[in-house]
Design a protein around this ligand. Structure first.
Ligand SMILES: NC(=O)c1ccc[n+]([C@@H]2O[C@H](COP(=O)([O-])OP(=O)(O)OC[C@H]3O[C@@H](n4cnc5c(N)ncnc54)[C@H](OP(=O)(O)O)[C@@H]3O)[C@@H](O)[C@H]2O)c1
Length: 333
């Protein structure tokens, strides 16, 4: 039986086309699990893959989609049964393995996580890689014993996917959150997610050449990189934690060692795609219990069809025009 998928093809001289086509399960790569995908979500990486970025996807034709949630139709692994509701985020899904922008995926069992009972498949995709990354960041801060009493936590790129979910999780975990955004009209949005206040990007931009600044935050989850990340390190309270998750402004980091050797700042990193399965399961359990954020998810999500994803939203995320998360409904195509 054919199924629908977004299909990226190389047309020559560096040009790429994307169409919704019919494909067959037998066309998918080998794997122990066949999953009927009900929802996926759009991440920046997907847009890069969908426009032919060979740093993300080496070989075309290809179906992007680093996130997928659905129901198992074939299982060759005793941990999972036909009919189980599951999710996959990261690993090679959507990179060089056909991903969640198709109605079926075939993947190794070692990539699959059981859906937490108190989230729907759609909820899991509103969270998706962005929310999982934000949760990994909070998890790492807590491993360093950072407590809410230490002081406020700054979240940069606050209206983006990682930022929106980071605000929601931190606030649920009891932290005071300062949202930093380039959108001056985002006050109501970030307050609803749990931030105590909104600051402009200048709040975390320093061009003074000073090695350290007056400490204003106990930690930060940064999606921006470059000067923003350097400023977050300089302005962090002693023994604080700054987590680098992204590079929307720059992959560079120009810093001295003073934040580390004088203030004991911890610079932490998240590479969510390769998170080991035992940590992955622990983090989803936290998202289903003390970090349960189901009440925040409707405000973060916009649901779109595969067609709308193709014609509008892939371009929008590349232009930085998205607020929150784009969830793709793959049912009833
Ligand atoms: N480490 C990992 O495992 C992992 C996983 C997922 C994503 N990421 C990375 O994390 C970053 C954010 O991902 P996302 O899914 O949240 O992306 P997104 O939804 O596109 O959000 C990015 C946000 O960053 C802000 N921004 C955009 N351009 C900026 C600039 N030049 N300077 C400062 N801020 C800017 C905007 O928020 P405001 O308008 O509110 O400022 C924008 O909404 C990306 O670099 C992505 O590759 C990493």
């Amino acid at each position: 039986m054919p199924f629908k998928a977004l299909w990226i093809t190389e047309t020559g001289s560096g040009k790429f086309e994307r169409n919704i086509v019919e494909r067959y399960i037998d066309d998918l790569p080998a794997g122990e699990m066949v999953i009927r995908v009900h929802y996926s979500s759009l991440n920046y990486k997907d847009a890069l893959s969908a426009t032919g970025n060979k740093g993300i996807t080496r070989k075309f034709p290809h179906t992007p989609g680093i996130d997928a949630a659905g129901v198992i139709e074939i299982s060759r692994n005793e941990r999972f049964a036909v009919g189980d509701e599951v999710l996959v985020t990261g690993y090679d899904l959507g990179m060089n393995t056909c991903g969640g922008f198709g109605q079926y995926i075939r993947v190794p069992a070692s990539w699959v996580v059981k859906k937490p009972e108190n989230y729907s498949l759609k909820d899991c995709m509103i969270i998706g890689t962005a929310g999982f990354t934000a949760a990994c960041a909070v998890y790492k801060m807590e491993l360093m014993k950072l407590q809410p009493e230490a002081g406020p936590i700054v979240v940069t790129g606050a209206t983006g996917g990682v930022g929106s979910l980071a605000i929601s999780i931190l606030s649920k975990a009891g932290y005071e959150v300062i949202a930093v955004s380039g959108k001056s009209n985002a006050q109501d949005y970030v307050t609803h997610l749990g931030a105590v206040r909104l600051e402009p990007r200048d709040f975390v931009t320093d061009t003074s050449q000073k090695a350290l600044l007056k400490p204003k935050w106990a930690g930060a989850i940064d999606t921006v990189g470059g000067n923003t990340l350097a400023t977050l390190l300089k302005g962090c309270m002693p023994e604080g934690c700054v987590v680098s998750t992204g590079l929307v402004s720059s992959p560079k980091l120009d810093t001295t060692v003073y934040p580390f050797i004088l203030n004991g700042i911890n610079l932490l990193g998240v590479g969510s795609a390769e998170t080991p399965m035992n940590v992955r399961v622990t983090i989803w359990e936290k998202l289903a219990s003390q970090w349960h954020i189901k009440d925040k998810l409707p405000a973060i999500a916009r649901e779109v069809t595969l067609d709308e994803l193709n014609t509008t939203y892939i371009d929008n995320i590349l232009q930085g025009n998205i607020m929150g998360r784009i969830v793709v409904n793959l049912n009833n195509l």
